[in-house]
Ligand binder design. Structure first.
Ligand code: SAM
Length: 281
């Protein structure tokens, strides 16, 4: 069976059914040229479920008992690559924003940041370190980071907060010493680092599909939605911008990934700031 599965190919009808489901549920667009990648990512699901081929897998997805499998499917199809302090210039902009808000924060105002599509947690932890590095008294101020992702697997990883030394590369040595302790990665037994309480306590992790209704009340001072919409088609992206605008403070900032754009920004009530940085117009 295992040998047969290793050769199971993703037929065009199954590809179409999987692509439709992924689009409907998560906004992911799967181009035809991704078929081989999808085939190899999903073979382990067929193996886990004891299914002989992709048509059986698609029938299972459509069945009542297959509802649970949608989660695993989306998890297998999403790309979770991330790293600490990715696109460092965004963190410079964040530091400038926080520094400007310091008097208000010290007078009791709050600062709310959303990492939307946070993957394994490197992004919210980079945000947390940036905040705490802004001033010596940051610990006592009202700071909170919401970190969400559609994939419960990455949320579980992020909550554990243990990173192999390879994944720690982007963290400068002084920050490593201040905010992390040495640890062994639970799944791989590799040497690594565990995020400390100082930064972890600023972050709330929750699974959230960006296409579903958002339960959050209140607005954010900054939203990081980076390298997420690149997997969405234009229509899905255009549906997202007004919602982002609505939950962003009028003097807030929205960060996108280096190959993502709001086009045209003024159509959605934004103006371009620094590269891939948008502010309400
Ligand atoms: C490439 S990672 C980006 C991580 C981080 N923002 C960064 O830039 O390093 C993209 C993340 O978006 C998440 N994602 C994809 N579709 C989503 C959706 N519809 N709702 C919420 N998250 C989604 C994926 O699960 C994945 O973890």
């Amino acid at each position: 069976m295992a040998a047969r599965l290793a050769q199971t190919t993703l037929d065009p009808d199954s590809f179409r059914a999987i692509a439709e489901l992924a689009y409907r549920e998560s906004g992911l667009t799967l181009a035809d040229k991704k078929a081989t990648m999808i085939q190899s990512r999903l073979r382990h699901r067929l193996r886990a479920l004891g299914l002989p081929d992709f048509p059986s897998y698609c029938s299972y997805l459509k069945s009542d008992q297959g509802r649970q499998e949608h989660r695993h499917l989306i998890s297998a199809l999403t790309t979770n690559v991330s790293h600490f302090f990715r696109e460092r210039h965004h963190f410079d902009t964040l530091r400038a924003l926080v520094t400007q808000r310091l008097p208000a924060l010290r007078a009791g105002a709050s600062l709310r940041i959303w990492s939307a599509g946070c993957s394994n947690g490197q992004e919210p932890l980079s945000i947390a370190m940036t905040l705490l590095e802004c001033a010596p008294d940051m610990h006592g101020l009202d700071l909170r980071i919401l970190a969400t992702d559609i994939d419960p697997k990455v949320i579980a990883f992020a909550k554990r907060g243990v990173y192999s030394d390879r994944l720690m590369e982007g963290v400068p040595t002084p920050l490593r010493a201040r905010y992390f302790t040495h640890a062994i990665c639970p799944e791989t037994n590799e040497p690594g680092h565990a995020a400390g309480a100082q930064i972890r306590k600023l972050i709330r992790y929750n699974p959230l599909n960006l296409l579903a209704p958002w339960p959050m009340r209140g607005r954010f001072d900054a939203i990081f939605c980076r390298n997420v919409v690149i997997y969405f088609d234009l229509q899905t992206q255009c549906g997202l911008w007004p919602r982002m605008h609505q939950v962003l403070h009028r003097d807030g900032v929205l960060f996108l990934g280096h190959s993502e754009r709001i086009s045209p920004p003024e159509h959605f009530g934004f103006r371009v700031g620094e590269p891939t940085t948008y502010r309400p117009a």
